[in-house]
Design a protein around this ligand. Structure first.
Ligand code: NDP
Length: 452
C-alpha cells in the first residue's frame, strides 16, 4: 500500500492518559494524528479514577482533621457535609479537565474523532460507519471493571465508576475485595461516616504488598471501625428494601450499597481484535513486544489494555516512548523496574522496589530496617494513627532493594525515595543523608538497627 493511501500516520484508539500522551508527542514530532474516543477525552484516570478518587479522599479526610484539631485547641462547633455541593464541585472540575484535554489535543494538531472504533484491517479502523486508513494504529483503550459471576452480584453491585458519583452517601456499604480500589473506597466512605464492611478472600488486605505493611494496614482499618471480613466469600446478594449480602457460614450483612472492587480487565470488547488476528493473552490483554508492537506490524498497544503494570504513569511513559521511537527518532524504552506505587488509603500506603517476600524468593540475603511510630501531630491530636516504614536491604551489597511506608504523606515521601532506589543507592548512602527534623520522612535516613 502506498503512503498516499493513508489519511493519517497514526490513529490512536482511546483518549485516556496514555493515548493522549502518545498522540500529542507523535504530532509534536510531525506525524499526522487522529485520536478516536467513544466518550469525552480524559479516560479512566481523569474521569473515572485517580483524579476524582483523590478529590474524594481529600473531601473525606476533613471530618477526622476537624476532630484532630480539637487537640490543638480549636473549638469547632457543629459541622456537616453537603453531598450535593461536593458532587457539583467534582463535576465542574471533571468538565474543566476534559475540556483541557480537548484543547491540548487540538493545540497539538491532533484530530479528535468522537465514536466507537473497531479494527477492520491492519491499517483500517471503522468509526461512525466510515473506514479510516492509517500507517500505524495504537490501541490505548485501558481497562474496565470486572465483577465476578455471583448470584445477584452483577445486578446489584456498583463499581468504582458509580461510587465516584453517588447521588447520596450510603449509610452502610459492603465492599468486596481488598485491592487498591476496595481499600481506597473503604477509607473514603468511612471518612464521610458510612458504616463500611470490607469482605475479602485473603487473610490480609492488599495481596502482593509487603506483609508487614498489610498487617499494619489491617490495624489502621480496624481503628477506623471498618468491619473486616478476611478469608470470606460473598455467596449471594438479594435486593429487598435494602441489600441482603450472604457470606460463607451464612453470615448476613444488610446494606444500602455493595461495591465490587474485584479488579479490572482489558477494554477490548468492541475492538474486533480477534477478527483481524491480533494475538491476545488468556486474560484477554493485547500481547505486545518491547516496542509496544502487536503481532501485526502496523498495530501497537500501550497501557492497561496490555495488562503489564496498570498505572497511569506507566501508560504515559509507554505512550511517550512509543511516540519518540516511531516518530522522533529516539530509540528509548519505558523501564518497568522500580516503578513506585501508592494506595490512597487513610493513612496512605506507598512503596518502591521489592517487598521482603519478593526479595527472599529471589534468593537475596536480607537486612531489614523498620520503624513503627506515632507521628508528632498525633501526640496532641488524640488520634491513635501510627506510621510504619521499612527498608529491604541486600545484606551482601547493601543496596536498598525496596522501601515501604504506611502513614501520612507516604506517597509524597516515596516519590523521592524512589529516585534513590532506582539509582541503586546503598543503605550507607541513606545513612549519610541528613534528616529533615522534625519530619516523618527523616525516619528513612535514621534507621540504624537491622533485623534479619
Ligand atoms: P486489584 O487487582 O488491586 O484487587 C482486586 C481485588 O478483588 C483483590 O482483593 C482480589 O482478591 C479480589 N477479587 C478478584 N476476583 C475475585 C473473586 N472472584 N472473588 C473474590 N474476590 C476477588 O483491583 P482493583 O479493582 O482494586 O483495582 C484495579 C487496578 O486499578 C489495580 O490493580 C491498579 O492497577 C489500578 N488502581 C490503581 C490505583 C492507585 O494507583 N492508587 C487506585 C485504583 C486502582 P485477591 O487479592 O485474593 O486476588
Amino acid at each position: 500500500m502506498q503512503n498516499s493511501k493513508f489519511q493519517y500516520d497514526l490513529i490512536v484508539i482511546g483518549a485516556g492518559s496514555g493515548g493522549v500522551r502518545a498522540a500529542r508527542v507523535a504530532a509534536g514530532h510531525g506525524a499526522k494524528v487522529a485520536i478516536i474516543e467513544e466518550e469525552r477525552p480524559g479516560g479512566t484516570c481523569v474521569l473515572r479514577g485517580c483524579v476524582p478518587k483523590k478529590l474524594l479522599v481529600y473531601a473525606s479526610e476533613f471530618k477526622k482533621q476537624i476532630s484532630d484539631s480539637r487537640g490543638f485547641g480549636w473549638e469547632v462547633m457543629d459541622f456537616s457535609h453537603n453531598w450535593d455541593n461536593l458532587n457539583l464541585s467534582l463535576k465542574k472540575e471533571l468538565d474543566r479537565l476534559s475540556e483541557a484535554y480537548k484543547s491540548m489535543l487540538s493545540n497539538s494538531g491532533c484530530k479528535l474523532i468522537n465514536g466507537a472504533a473497531r479494527l477492520v484491517g491492519s491499517h483500517e479502523v471503522e468509526v461512525n460507519n466510515k473506514i479510516i486508513k492509517s500507517k500505524k494504529i495504537l490501541i490505548a483503550t485501558g481497562g474496565v471493571s470486572y465483577v465476578p459471576e455471583i448470584n445477584g452480584l452483577r445486578e446489584n453491585a456498583i463499581t468504582s465508576n458509580e461510587a465516584l458519583k453517588l447521588s447520596k452517601l450510603p449509610k452502610t456499604i459492603v465492599i468486596m475485595g481488598s485491592g487498591y480500589i476496595a481499600i481506597e473506597f473503604a477509607c473514603i466512605f468511612s471518612g464521610f461516616g458510612s458504616k463500611v464492611h470490607l469482605v475479602y478472600r485473603s487473610d490480609l488486605p492488599l495481596r502482593g504488598f509487603d506483609n508487614e505493611i498489610r498487617k499494619n494496614l489491617e490495624i489502621e482499618l480496624q481503628k477506623k471501625s471498618i468491619n473486616l471480613y478476611p478469608n470470606s466469600k460473598i455467596l449471594s446478594v438479594k435486593k429487598k428494601n435494602q441489600l441482603i449480602i450472604t457470606l460463607n457460614e451464612n453470615n448476613k450483612i444488610i446494606a444500602d450499597q455493595i461495591l465490587a472492587a474485584t479488579g479490572r480487565i482489558p477494554n477490548v470488547k468492541k475492538l474486533n481484535l480477534e477478527n483481524v488476528g491480533i494475538d491476545m493473552s488468556s486474560e484477554n490483554s493485547v500481547i505486545v513486544d518491547k516496542n509496544s508492537r502487536t503481532n501485526i506490524n502496523s498495530v501497537y498497544a500501550i497501557g492497561d489494555v496490555t495488562n503489564k503494570i496498570n498505572l497511569t504513569p506507566v501508560a504515559l511513559g509507554e505512550g511517550h516512548a512509543f511516540a519518540d521511537r516511531e516518530y522522533g527518532n529516539k530509540l528509548r524504552y519505558f523501564e518497568y523496574d522500580n516503578v513506585p506505587y501508592a494506595v490512597f488509603s487513610q493513612p496512605p500506603v506507598s512503596a518502591v522496589g521489592l517487598t521482603q517476600e519478593e526479595a527472599l524468593n529471589l534468593g537475596y540475603e536480607l537486612d531489614i530496617y523498620s520503624s513503627n511510630f506515632k507521628p508528632l501531630k498525633h501526640t496532641l491530636s488524640g488520634s491513635e494513627e501510627r506510621s510504619f516504614m521499612k527498608l529491604v536491604i541486600d545484606k551482601n551489597t547493601r543496596v536498598v532493594l525496596g522501601a515501604h511506608m504506611l502513614g501520612s504523606d507516604a506517597p509524597e515521601i516515596m516519590q523521592s525515595i524512589a529516585i534513590a532506589v532506582k539509582a541503586k543507592l546503598k543503605k550507607e548512602d541513606f545513612d549519610l543523608t541528613v534528616g529533615i527534623h522534625p519530619s516523618a520522612a527523616e525516619e528513612f535516613v535514621t534507621m540504624r538497627t537491622a533485623k534479619n
